[in-house]
Design a protein around this ligand. Structure first.
Ligand code: NDP
Length: 614
């Protein structure tokens, strides 16, 4: 790779020549555009179907061993938390620390864990370093076994947090919230559930997850398939045998098909390839698959860490991924390498003298260099050059979640594994016997959908599967009919004492748990302060909400970047416009770190700016 300094001459940007780079950026750009264009489709998000009606069994909870039997409860509490994933758990832990202990967590699943409760597919692993991904390591005094933990360890850690903070006693599992309704007279929310519970909560915090509702492609014939079928987030180990660590021994005589080669497909495929009589991987768009390099944790190093180390490490990671200056890269992995390549180059060119356009040109070159490295890895790994070509991704790194895996690519060297590339078109249809691509029918015993989750194709309340009725009987779905409307990504006008966590116009980082922890710390500090001051209701003003909307929806670099991307859920399948778009649209423009600082400054001011306080 060229030294960044080569891009500057007499203090001015000099775009290096094709000879110096070893590739022609324009040619790469043309290829990226070509691959994007042939994937764009007019139906965008509508190509997917909800899993309901006669498919609803596909989202039943396969992990519940026994149904919890209990009487309905009627309680008056300070906070109701919706969701027992890491967001809800962090919220509860931080409330506990802030001295607020009369809260309840309500969760449809049978235990803590959220994503890690549902996604038990073989090979499921965190893709951000476990030392920063697994929350509350300091508090629970737990050392992850490896740099990247697998699902059983993460799920177990969720249970550890549950025990450590006494959360089991304050949670209702296997309980689905039906409605949240604001009671203007009592200044409380009435929370009703499918178990007949009625909780009267001063505040509600919704952490129902951003990738919680599995989706299926709207393929003709999907209901006709007579073989076995399931979604990766509801893995059927009764059928496959084995566990999330592998040994899927019941697949030895089965022809298995998997649709989807995103972050989930990449992790599951090596296990399926190892076990199935034959595995067909149906690919529409290849993922970028970089080096994982997992390692066991060094206990001596872990012992040497001072209290507060996890937060410091997270801050270091977050700073790196927003391009801020740091003295040392503590995490030092594929993520930070990627960002260092992108950010470091710009710094070294003396960014103050460069125009936005010049910066974009440099960013593009670095992206292409990174892409070339990942593609070279495919060439080096695959025995068959024709298969290698099909496994190469042609889009910039942030068009889809980058993946890191050392077993995925070699799986395609196995004689019992076939890559069925669909040339960007996707699976054509499903028949009683299997899948049809280009008129060829692939007969299957089992068809697995690694096709992801609903994002921005349905309303927030549909995704969260509940009704939220605010002041004057206004439904949140109606208030957000044209897209989310929040103040600080956390509250909405007309919905007092109701807080949102997750990807709701906040500042984000690739490490979701750190983002959730910062939100939890902020909300718990606000609630503790409000209680100390006897405030009974906090509500975003209309003006504050409008100003925030203007801030987060103003076109920025990311808008243009995503518009040039191959379709996916990050850009609403290539149709994203303003805030009514994909996953990565409509967030705080200055990134996670600055966002958390901004919230801290807001709290320090102490005047609850932007809120009406009663
Ligand atoms: P994604 O939405 O990322 O991937 C869905 C896959 O299904 C894509 O490959 C998509 O192709 C494919 N697909 C959809 N429709 C069709 C069709 N008609 N024919 C063929 N293929 C089709 O879902 P994932 O579950 O993989 O990942 C979701 C997110 O979950 C990730 O982005 C990540 O944020 C998170 N995750 C994190 C992990 C971790 O390690 N921490 C692990 C797994 C997931 P196309 O790309 O063309 O749309």
């Amino acid at each position: 790779m060229n030294k960044p300094g080569k891009f500057v001459q007499d203090g001015k940007l000099r775009i290096p020549s094709t000879d110096e780079l070893g590739f022609d950026p324009q040619e790469v750009r043309r290829k990226y555009d070509f691959e994007r264009d042939r994937r764009l489709r007019p139906d965008g998000n509508d190509q997917y179907q909800d899993i309901d009606g006669d498919l609803k069994h596909m989202i039943d909870d396969p992990y519940i061993i026994e149904r919890i039997e209990r009487e309905p409860v009627q309680e008056e509490i300070e906070v109701a938390i919706l969701g027992a994933g890491f967001g809800g758990m962090l919220m509860a832990a931080r409330l506990h620390e802030a001295g607020i202990t009369d809260f309840r967590i309500i969760e449809r699943a049978g235990d803590f864990g959220g994503t890690w409760y549902w996604n038990r597919y073989p090979g499921a692993q965190c893709d951000v370093e476990s030392y920063i991904y697994l929350p509350l390591l300091d508090e629970t005094d737990y050392m992850p076994k490896e740099k990247y933990s697998y699902m059983p360890e993460i799920f177990e850690h969720a249970q550890r947090i549950g025990h450590h903070f006494g959360l089991y006693q304050r949670s209702y599992f296997q309980t689905q919230i039906r409605e949240l309704r604001w009671d203007e007279v009592a200044n409380r929310w009435t929370v009703t559930t499918d178990r007949g519970d009625v909780l009267r909560a001063r505040h509600v915090v919704i952490s129902s997850g951003s990738l919680n509702r599995p989706k299926l492609p709207g393929l003709p014939g999907v209901r006709d398939f007579k073989g076995h079928t399931f979604h990766t987030s509801r893995w059927d180990y009764d059928y496959t045998g084995g566990s999330s660590t592998g040994n899927l021994d019941k697949l030895g005589d089965k022809r298995v098909g998997i649709i989807g080669t995103g972050a989930t497909g990449i992790q599951a495929v090596p296990y399926l390839g190892e076990a199935a009589q034959h595995l067909y991987v149906f690919q529409r768009t290849p993922s970028s698959v970089a080096v994982r390099g997992n390692l066991p944790t060094d206990p001596e190093w872990f012992k040497s860490l001072e209290p507060g180390w996890q937060r410091e490490r997270n801050e270091n990671f977050t700073a790196l991924v927003v391009g801020a200056e740091v003295e040392e890269d503590l995490v030092n992995d594929g993520w930070t390498e990627l960002f260092k390549a992108l950010g470091g180059l710009m710094e070294d060119t003396g960014a103050t003298e460069l125009t936005a356009d010049e910066l974009n040109q440099l960013g593009e070159i670095v992206d292409y260099q990174y892409g070339n490295q990942v593609r070279a890895r495919v060439t080096d790994t695959l025995k068959d050059p024709a298969v290698a070509e099909k496994l190469k991704h042609w889009y910039r790194p942030w068009c889809k979640r980058p993946t890191f895996n050392d077993d995925y690519l070699p799986t395609f060297n196995r004689s019992n594994v076939t890559l069925v590339d669909t040339g960007g078109k996707g699976v054509e249809r499903v028949t009683e016997k299997g899948i049809v691509i280009d008129g060829v029918e692939y007969e299957l015993d089992c068809l697995i959908f690694a096709t992801g989750f609903e994002v921005s194709r349905a309303t927030y309340t549909h995704q969260a599967d509940l009704e939220i009725v605010g002041r004057d009987g206004v439904n949140l779905g109606t208030h957000w009919a044209d897209g989310m409307r929040t103040y600080q990504g956390l509250m909405s006008h007309g919905f007092p004492n109701c807080f949102h966590m997750g990807f709701t116009q906040t500042g984000y980082t690739p490490n979701f748990t750190y983002m959730l922890d910062n939100q939890a710390r902020h909300i718990s500090a606000v609630l503790a302060d409000a209680r100390g001051r006897n405030f009974t209701s906090l509500e975003a003003t209309k003006q504050a909400e409008e100003d925030w909307l203007a801030l987060v929806t103003a076109p920025n670099q990311m808008t243009d970047y995503l518009a040039s991307c191959t379709p996916g859920y990050y850009n609403a399948e290539g149709t994203s416009k303003g805030h009514d778009g994909g996953f990565l649209q409509g967030h705080y423009p200055d990134g996670g770190l600055r966002f958390y600082q901004m919230l801290a400054e807001w709290r320090a001011e102490g005047d609850y700016a932007g809120l009406t306080v009663r």
